[in-house]
Design a protein around this ligand. Structure first.
Ligand SMILES: Nc1nc2c(ncn2[C@@H]2O[C@H](COP(=O)(O)OP(=O)(O)OP(=O)(O)O)[C@@H](O)[C@H]2O)c(=O)[nH]1
Ligand SMILES: [Mg+2]
Ligand SMILES: [Zn+2]
Length: 320
């Protein structure tokens, strides 16, 4: 009988996973078999996975990934259509965006919000750097996302405003901190828990962007209770496994109008008597959200596309 121990994956490197076994973090190499039955998924193990480890070998062997309650996934890259699991088993995603420096991107925000809807993971929008808001941008962002609705926490990681509220949101949960490079993810965590000592970057003054200071995802234990994943600022987030017809359901504010469209399967794109288009024209729905929707509609797979056939095919080698 093999002696297996249960642990939590806190970091994934190219060849080894860092696994927390009741407080002690060890390195474990995923055994080859885990890579054989991937069925269209790029990575067999992700941060947040519960795994069974055989600690008698050196390095230890990661034998099995236990069933997940959910995943936050995206399309691996523009050259690689496979599903890349970013985090497994999270309770919520905190989308951190700065009001300025870097500039707030509604497109990026809407993509991750749609992914959270798709994976049924609650999302909270954290608007950071409120100290730099001089032009009332914060107010516009707030109006847009209150209409979705998404809960919003406004923070300044450098002077601490709003961080009490953020800590209450984090307490006793497994949270993913997601947002562009430079938004202040690591700064926020350092302010909440200075012992974490996370590396913090400078904002390039020319591009007003971060410099991808955090380069890998890490699951960190919080003194206040709970865990949080500090992620690297991801540049592009494309939803995996979503068809065109699924997409309208991922925008809750559109969902409320759907029954008033002439066609029950209206894509709110070109159809006559579309209640969403009417609402946009009347200024009842924000244009930016609709713009994100249209962009994702173009990228999404056609409704008759079958991900299942591809992914359940044992010979996934001949990927289409
Ligand atoms: N003015 C102001 N600056 C902030 C605030 N929060 C963070 N910063 C600054 O923004 C810069 C980037 O912060 P980071 O915490 O490294 O950003 P990050 O989101 O972790 O970025 P990556 O690791 O590259 O993905 C640092 O220079 C911080 O000091 C804030 O609330 N106000
Ligand atoms: Mg960082
Ligand atoms: Zn419509």
């Amino acid at each position: 009988m093999m002696e297996l121990k249960k642990g939590l994956v806190v970091r994934v490197d190219a060849k080894v996973c860092h696994v927390d076994l009741a407080g002690e973090v060890i390195h474990a190499a995923p055994r080859g078999l885990l890579f054989e039955k991937l069925e269209g998924i790029k990575n067999p193990v992700a941060v947040g996975d519960w795994v069974m480890v055989d600690a008698r070998t050196d390095p230890a062997s990661l034998m099995e990934v236990l069933p997940r309650k959910n995943t936050l996934s995206r399309v691996a890259s523009s050259h690689d259509p496979r599903e890349q699991v970013l985090v497994a088993n999270s309770d919520q995603v905190l989308i951190i965006a700065s009001v300025v420096k870097p500039r707030f991107s509604s497109n990026r925000t809407d993509r991750i919000l749609a992914a959270c809807e798709w994976n049924r993971i609650p999302a909270v929008l954290v608007l950071n750097k409120i100290d730099l808001d001089k032009k009332g941008i914060l107010e516009d962002i707030r109006a847009t996302y209150e209409s979705v609705p998404v809960p919003i926490i406004e923070t300044c990681a450098t002077d601490g405003r709003g961080l009490d509220e953020l800590q209450e949101a984090l307490r006793d949960k497994v949270s993913v901190l997601y947002g562009p490079s430079g938004a202040g993810k690591s700064t926020t965590l350092n302010t909440i828990q200075p012992g974490l000592n996370l590396k913090v970057g400078k904002i390039s003054s020319h591009w007003e962007q971060g410099r991808h200071t955090t380069t890998f995802s890490r699951l960190l234990q919080l003194d206040l209770g709970g865990w949080v994943v500090d992620t690297p600022g991801i540049r592009v987030f494309r939803l995996h496994g979503v068809k065109k017809g699924d997409l309208r359901g991922l925008f809750p504010e559109f969902r409320r109008y759907q029954s008033q469209c002439r066609y029950p399967d209206c894509t709110h794109d070109h159809e006559p008597d579309c209640a969403v288009l009417d609402a946009l024209e009347a200024g009842e729905l924000p244009q930016s959200r609709y713009g994100s929707y249209l962009e994702m509609l173009v990228e999404a797979a056609p409704d008759d596309f079958s991900f299942d056939d591809d992914e359940e095919d044992e010979e996934f080698g001949d990927e289409v």
